[in-house]
Design a protein around this ligand. Structure first.
Ligand code: FES
Length: 184
């Protein structure tokens, strides 16, 4: 079976080195006949930068922090939601971060509504994303969730260490621009 780009599977996690590894498996759902993982679907391995994007002690409920990740110019929003959320980190499990690039046609989204815990509406075609439930589309034209930044907390540092899903317009999260924090 020929895999499509959408079948790429990203697996990210914090490694003991402080770096996050991910795998791109172009034939992720193929089982090769000899079972040794070889063949033309061999995995490529890349490394996300691990960078501090906010200070835990400075975060306030509902006050967003903005940062670029993993490439310079790829804008994200980090919010302490005030209640436990999908993928949330920190003592209360309520800190999440998402790409601010709309998954419909790539417009930057500047509006965050803390009363709705939502990013949007996008200024282009009004899509709004639910940040409580992993960045799913709450309303509007988009059909894809927002890419979620994989966060961890080390002391007072809130660290970004990976990205779940692709930013609109990119087919590789680690190429097409300058990595935040320089080379890893
Ligand atoms: S680009 Fe955001 S809704 Fe179309």
């Amino acid at each position: 079976m020929q895999a499509t780009r959408r079948e790429f599977m990203y697996v990210a996690g914090a490694a003991g080195t402080g770096l996050a590894l991910f795998l791109i498996l172009p034939k992720a759902f193929d089982s090769d006949s000899d079972g040794n993982g070889g063949g033309d679907g061999a995995a490529m391995v890349g490394v996300f930068p691990s960078v501090t994007v906010a200070l835990l002690s400075a975060l306030q409920d509902g006050v967003p922090v903005f940062f670029d990740y993993p490439l310079v110019g790829q804008a994200n929003i980090l919010v302490k939601m005030g209640e436990p959320v999908v993928g949330g980190v920190g003592p209360d499990g309520d800190i999440v971060a998402f790409s601010k690039i709309c998954t419909h046609m790539g417009c930057p989204i500047s509006e965050y509504q803390h009363d709705l815990k939502a990013l949007g509406p996008c200024a282009c075609h009004y899509t709004t994303f639910d940040l409580i439930h992993g960045g799913i589309v709450a309303m509007g034209q988009a059909t894809q969730n927002l890419p979620q930044v994989l966060l961890s907390v080390e002391g007072d540092s809130v660290m970004a260490g990976g990205l779940m899903r692709l930013v609109y317009g990119y087919d590789n999260s680690l190429e097409g621009g300058e990595l935040v924090g320089g080379s890893v």
